[in-house]
Structures are given as C-alpha cells and as structure tokens.
Design a protein around this ligand. Structure first.
Ligand code: NAD
Length: 498
C-alpha cells in the first residue's frame, strides 16, 4: 500500500517509522498510509528550512512574487488533481473542493503583491537632517499546522504570504488528508522555489510538539479545534514564539421576522450542510425571533431538506459527502441523540442514512433539530456535522445575548430587511466575522480572517494585511549623515526636537 512520506529540502522522502491509515470516507476503505514523522525527521525539515533562509531572505521580493505567480498558474493547471486529492481523502464533492481551491488561490494572488505589501514606512526630517523608516523583515523558519477540513485552502492561508515575506516554511498538514499538501509542495518546486524553502512533514502530536519546542522555529500558525489551539498557543508562547492559533466555532444566524424566508432557507441549506457541516464558518444554529418565524422556518427547511443529495465526491450533483472518519460520524450522531434526550425535537433525522453502494461510508444525513436551548450539550458543543439546530428567541436582544454568551465567536449572520437592526447587530455582536444577509462571511484574501473569544488565540488574524504583519518583524531605522565640520557635544537629556 502507498505510504505518503514527507517533502524535505526539495524532495519527497520516505519514512520507515510509524504510519496511520488514510481513508476514503465515502467507502470506508483505507486508501493509503501516511507517515507519522519522528522528532528527528521534523528536525531535519527545520534544518533544511534554516539553511535555505539566508539566501531566500536576500532574494528580492519581486523575484519571490514571480515564483508565486508561476505557482498560481500551476495550481490552476493542476486543479483537477488537487480537487481529486481533496475529494478522495476528505470526501467533499468536487464542486466544493474547487471552491476551496479557488479561495486558496486568491491568497496566492494577494501574496503576489509582496513588493507593494513590504514597502514599509518612511519619514523624512524627523529631526534636523534626520530621516527614519520602518522596514518589515522576515522572521526566519516558520511553521504551519493545519486541520483536515480545508486541506488546500488553510495551508494556502499561510505559506504563500510567509514565503513572499522572505521566511522559510515547515507545514504539518492534517494526517487525515495529507495529499493536497504534498501536491502543492511539488508544484512550488516546479514553480522554481529553491529547495528547503518549503517543507512538509506529515505526522501527529510528536511532529507538532517537536515544532513547538524547536528554538529555530520563530512563529507558528495553527488552525484546528479549540482545545488544541489553546495548547499550541500556550506552548508556543511559553517557548518565545509568535503564535496565531485559530480554533473552533458555533456560528449562529439570527432570522428576523422581516427576513425573506425563501432566501433564508436556501442560504441556510448551503451554509449548514455544505461540506457536511465540516466548516469552521458553517451556520449550525438558526435563532428565530418569534415562534411564528420559527414555525415557518422549520416547515420550509423540512420541505427543502427532502431534496438534498448526499454521496460520493466524484458525483457533481451531490450536495455534500461523508464525515471525515467513522469516529467523527459516531460523535455527530451522539450529539443528535443527546439533543433528543435533553428534550429537543429531531424534525429531520439523518442518523440512519445509507448511501446505496456505499454502505460502509461515514455518512450522516442532513439533520434539523427544533426546540434547542442554551443549556443543552449539543448547543454548547461544536458538532462539526450536517446538523442545523433551531433556537427560539423572544426578541433580537435575546438572540444577540445568546450569541454573545457563547464561548465561540467565529462567524455570525443576521437575516433582515431592516438596516437599523443590521447596524445595531454588527456593532454589538461579540464575533469576529459578521454577515448581513450573507451566510458565510469568510473575508476575501485582501482582508484578514479570524474569530473572537475562544475561536482565536493570539493577536493577528490569518492572511491578508494581518498575515503580512504576522510573518514579518518591524525594524525602525533612524539615520543621520553628519558633515565632518559639525561636531556635537555629549547630550545627557532625552533627545527631543528642538
Ligand atoms: P484538530 O485540532 O484535531 O487538528 C488540527 C491539527 O492539530 C492537525 O494537524 C493535527 O494533527 C494536530 N493535532 C491534533 N491533536 C493534537 C495534539 N494533541 N497535539 C498536537 N497537535 C495535535 O482539528 P481538525 O479535526 O483537524 O479540524 C477541525 C477543527 O478545526 C474544528 O474545530 C474547526 O472549527 C477548526 N477549524 C477552524 C478554523 C478557523 O479558521 N477558526 C478553520 C478550519 C477549521
């Protein structure tokens, strides 16, 4: 059976150590094995990145950007292979994988503007004959640790920007769907990236902990679940590294009485069930303001959900695919059981779905649960499956309080025709990414992505302008060229502009 190894110093590397199964989640079969890097392998990758750093740092940003332009072309030319790698290991349908890849490519496009982004700041005459400027220098070796749910897009949030800023990179992708990262590593090489500048180590906790504890790694970008994000942030920070760690989510949509209900239903279907609900921006809670709105919403959703198609990634007419693993399938079903046990009403039940011909797949059907309350375990948890829960609120204030009290603050949305209500909502809601009649308000590549509360640990958001700041350190130079005729006396008071 094929063993997916690592990509270190410009070449694929086999590994004779520990391995883990990679599944095709639609069939339930093992499709390959992925190597789980030992400490020494990770250290080798860090050493390659460290060695490549001085020359890469000295490469003009325009030249780095040209490699990114070529990489973008290659991603587009090879999109079918990348999307198939995503579909076969993650299970998402090809049209959805193509959307993921396109959102990733947009980050490459933004990174192509590196010469402009790195221009710095300049002030002439901050004092007599004195000029001052701030420049943005690379950090050195930086690491990215990424989740299973966007095997191409989330790495692309990180490494294009890190590389054009002059850093070298070690990526530790999710061990559940590692192939997209390996393909991208090969395409970067083909684009002309020097060996050692970008490396991939596959692995689990051992690989991650090695990166966190290696003093040669200057910064860590992480995306994944909240408990791990918190651990990564605490450990990396304690080790003196810069860290941004994006965690889990529970994204609510408020449905106001004046919303266009047919639009709401269409919009919620995609946002709740697309990618099997395995998106950190999935809308998993609809908060209906008023019982009348809730009754109407539930009825319309129930009807519309009857026509959703669940199945394999190759079939483009499918709406979504399986969950990632059998354990995750069981966890999602467990959340539905618990909501029911705690008094909620399962209106559409996806627990017993089987897809003909794929009976061993890790499928869960689209599920709608009404009468969910803030005390229920299924409300508190991030389910990360195709489950939409409806909470009934008496007022908009009550709906907003529910969102503000939740431990996560990644994304949210309000459906309304009332501009004043929308403005009040966007101003007061304690969430990092807000949609107004937009269900998945994922910022475009030239803004930055990040949640609030326990959805992000760190200061700077991912990609966009925050990405430039995260992957560079500011140096401020103040300069004077005194003429030999002028000699100054020693000055013991704090220098000021006189
Ligand atoms: P995960 O936390 O299980 O894994 C993420 C990464 O951490 C993987 O590379 C994994 O190998 C590593 N890891 C796992 N356990 C570890 C441990 N004990 N010590 C060190 N490293 C460990 O997350 P996942 O299941 O792959 O992804 C789904 C989660 O990611 C969801 O919670 C989702 O909301 C979140 N996510 C968040 C965002 C965001 O931008 N906020 C985006 C995508 C996904």
């Amino acid at each position: 059976m094929k063993v997916i190894g690592h990509f270190i110093n410009g070449a694929e590397r086999e590994d004779s150590g520990r391995t883990q199964d990679v599944f095709n989640p639609a069939t339930g079969e093992v499709s390959s094995q992925v190597a789980l890097a030992a400490k020494s392998t990770v250290e080798e990758a860090v050493a390659a990145a460290e060695q490549a750093f001085p020359a890469w740092r000295a490469t003009p940003p325009m030249k780095r950007a040209r490699i990114m332009f070529r990489f973008k072309e290659l991603l587009e030319q090879n999109s079918d292979a990348v999307c198939r790698a995503i579909g076969s290991e993650h299970g998402k349908i090809l049209h959805d994988a193509a959307g993921e890849l396109q959102r990733g490519i947009e980050n490459v496009e933004y990174a192509c503007g590196a010469p402009e982004l790195l221009k710095g700041e300049y002030s002439k005459d901050v004092g007599p004959g004195i000029d001052s400027w701030s420049e943005f220098q690379p950090l050195g070796v930086v690491a990215g640790i990424t989740p299973f749910n966007f095997p191409a897009m989330v790495p692309l949030w990180m490494f294009p920007m890190a590389l054009v800023c002059g850093n070298t990179f070690v990526l530790k992708p999710s061990e559940r769907d590692p192939s997209a990262s390996m393909l991208m590593a090969a395409l970067l090489k083909e684009a002309g990236l020097p060996d050692g500048v970008f490396n991939v180590v596959n692995g689990d906790k051992e690989a991650v902990d090695t990166l966190l504890n290696d003093s040669r790694v200057k910064a860590v970008s992480f995306v994944g679940s909240t408990p791990i994000a918190e651990y990564i942030y605490a450990t990396a920070s304690a080790n003196g590294k810069r860290c941004q760690a994006l965690g889990g989510a529970k994204n609510h949509a408020i449905v106001m009485p004046d919303a266009d209900m047919d639009n709401v239903v269409n919009s919620l279907l995609g946002a709740a069930f697309g990618s099997c609900g395995e998106r950190c921006m999935a809308l998993s809670v609809a908060v209906a303001v008023g019982d009348q709105v809730a009754d109407q919403l539930v009825e319309k959703l129930k009807d519309a959900m009857g026509s959703l198609k669940v199945g394999i990634y190759e079939e483009q007419s499918n709406d979504f695919g399986p969950t990632i693993t059998r354990e995750h399938q069981a966890r999602v079903i467990g959340h539905i059981d618990s909501a029911e046990d705690q008094g909620a009403r399962v209106v559409v039940d996806g627990r017993h779905l089987t897809v003909p011909g794929y009976e061993q797949g890790f499928f869960v059907g689209a599920t709608l649960i009404d009468g969910v309350t803030a005390e229920m375990d299924s409300y508190k948890a991030e389910i990360f499956g195709p489950v939409l829960q409806v909470v009934r609120a008496g007022s908009m204030e009550e709906a907003m309080k529910l969102i503000n009290d939740h431990e996560y603050g990644n994304g949210t949305c309000i459906y309304t025709r009332d501009g004043e209500a929308a403005r009040y909502f966007s101003d007061g809601i304690q969430v990092g990414m807000v949609g107004i009649n937009i269900p998945l308000p994922v910022p475009v590549a030239y803004h930055s992505f990040g949640g609030w509360k326990r959805s992000l640990f760190g200061d700077l958001h991912a990609y966009g302008p925050d990405g430039v700041r995260f992957y560079t350190k500011r140096k401020t130079v103040t300069q004077r060229w005194p003429s030999s005729a002028v000699r100054e006396n020693a000055e013991f008071s704090m220098p000021t502009m006189k």
